[in-house]
Ligand binder design. Structure first.
Ligand code: UD1
Ligand code: CA
Length: 457
């Protein structure tokens, strides 16, 4: 049986925020959600989050995820005291293969592979995730004997000169046999520089009890970086974006500049996808083979078909685009836009809850909302579907091969028949019959002898 205890009771004072620290985001996702997702990858039998500062907010944010239990730590008397609060919720026996893994809510990016390696290193004993760093200031130091066996951890504030020189540090993440952990936590005290119950004191107890202590190491240095300030949050954000970019590059995606790439969700790409600088991907985005995305586009929960080209400054949300379409520059697809193959959506065209059929074009300055548009339709510049009467939304239907002249208003509900032509400037209030020209236009007049007003002298 595997328990995972996530420590998240700390204050996070340096964030200077009303939001509990673990709810601050990396790549658009709360830090604690990252930790939970990485924890779940290990298929634990129990996940316990220890809350304290901002407990209600933290609990409220994750309550509906039924697999998370919460333990309240009030007041906060150290990491050992924090794990003590979780003990009543842990499952499993005293058998040495029942383990408890301790993670930190503000160390969001430790990867499942690293945690698996830690659990493997544990075998039947205690395992610590440690690493060597250039500047160990502030960290607990890993004290080893002459044979290289881990003896104990000494906190920075309790360390002597020799110990301060040790550059192998405790990341804080560890895996222990659950039964022994209960026992050890009953034996720790707070006789130390900070007057706290240190989780790290279980290491010496393990050595005393003859339970082997082993160390494992993170796969990458950014995995164990914690967030205590906005500066560290920004640094970790970039490190993670760089890693996500690297993974896409490895899969054959071209990024014009991996340093100017932001993924806040999941991005699945086909072969030979190109992504220019400054794009932001949110939610679940799929780009099929050969998709080309120009600079500074935002795509949120979208699927883009093979060979489609999206030019600069295009904004797409909850929309589907078929293959070989062309969008932008400056196009906007809102929720429910469904763009057919080889369709064109040009600059300053906004499309909401509408289908645009195969090969249809809206190339400039239009609003299309609640519309069903067939194939090979041409939507002239300045066309607007008047879909909203102030209370209800109404449907506009434009059948195949229709030609909508520039600056037309389609007052919904209204239908334009197959092959119909609407003359420029038409305000369409009744259905336009198929294959015919329909127009509504104020007759043009010229006033004879009219003079421009003159300025009085
Ligand atoms: C801890 C470790 C130290 C390690 C360092 C890595 C101990 C005694 N020290 O030190 O060896 O090098 O992390 O960053 O474990 N927390 C609670 N309740 C508490 C105290 C802390 O939930 O009463 C949580 C915090 O929210 C945080 C984590 O535990 O997520 C670590 O706390 P922090 O105060 O940052 O630990 P350090 O003293 O830095
Ligand atoms: Ca810390």
């Amino acid at each position: 049986m595997l328990n995972i205890v996530i420590l998240a009771a700390g204050l996070g004072k340096r964030m200077q925020s009303d939001l509990p620290k673990v709810l601050h985001r990396i790549a658009g996702k709360p830090m604690l959600a990252h930790v939970l997702d990485n924890a779940r990858a290990l298929h634990p039998d129990r996940i316990v989050v220890v809350t304290g500062h901002g407990a209600e907010k933290v609990q409220a944010a994750f309550q509906e995820q039924g697999d998370v239990a919460f333990a309240l730590q009030q007041p906060q008397q150290g990491t050992g005291h924090a794990v003590q609060q979780a003990l009543p919720l842990l499952v499993g026996s005293d058998a040495s293969d029942d383990a408890t893994l301790v993670l930190y809510g503000d160390v969001p990016l430790v990867q499942p592979e690293t945690l698996r390696a830690l659990l493997e290193a544990r075998a039947d004993g205690l395992a610590l995730l440690t690493e060597k760093v250039a500047d160990p200031t502030g960290y607990g130091r890993i004290v080893r004997d002459h044979a290289g066996q881990v003896q104990r951890i000494v906190e920075h504030k309790d360390a002597d000169q020799a110990e301060l020189a040790i550059n192998e540090v405790n990341t804080g993440i560890l895996a222990a046999p659950t039964g022994k952990l209960r026992e050890w936590l009953g034996r720790i005290n707070n006789n130390n520089a900070q007057g706290e119950y240190y989780l790290t004191d279980i290491v010496a107890l393990s050595v005393t009890d003859g339970v082997p202590v082993r160390a494992a190491h993170p796969g990458a240095p950014w995995e164990t970086l914690g967030v205590n300030s906005r500066v560290q949050q920004a640094e970790l954000e970039r490190a993670w974006q760089r890693e996500q970019a690297r993974r896409l590059l490895e899969k054959g995606v071209t990024l014009a500049d991996p340093e100017r790439f932001d993924l806040r969700g999941e991005l699945v790409c086909g072969r030979d996808v190109f992504i220019d600088v400054g794009c932001v991907f949110e939610g679940k985005v799929q780009l099929a083979d050969g998709v080309h995305i120009g600079p500074h586009c935002v795509l949120r929960d979208a699927s883009i078909g093979a060979g489609t080209r999206i030019d600069a400054f295009t904004h797409i949300e909850q929309a589907v685009v078929a293959q070989d379409a062309r969008l932008g520059p400056y196009a906007r697809l809102r929720p429910g836009a469904d763009i057919g193959p080889e369709a064109h959506v040009g600059n300053f065209v906004e499309i909401k809850k509408s289908t645009l059929g195969h090969g249809s074009k809206a190339n400039h300055l239009a609003y299309i909302g609640d519309a069903q548009i067939g194939a090979r339709v041409n939507i002239g510049a300045g066309t607007i579907t008047c879909n909203y009467d102030g209370v209800n939304k109404h449907l506009t239907v434009i059948e195949d091969d229709a030609f909508i002249g520039s600056d037309t208003q389609l007052v919904a509900p209204v239908t334009v028949g197959k092959g119909a032509t609407l003359a420029a400037g038409t305000t369409l209030t009744r259905d336009a019959p198929a294959e015919q020209l329909t127009l509504s236009r104020v007759p043009q007049t010229t006033v004879d002898g009219w003079k421009r007003p003159q300025k009085k002298a």
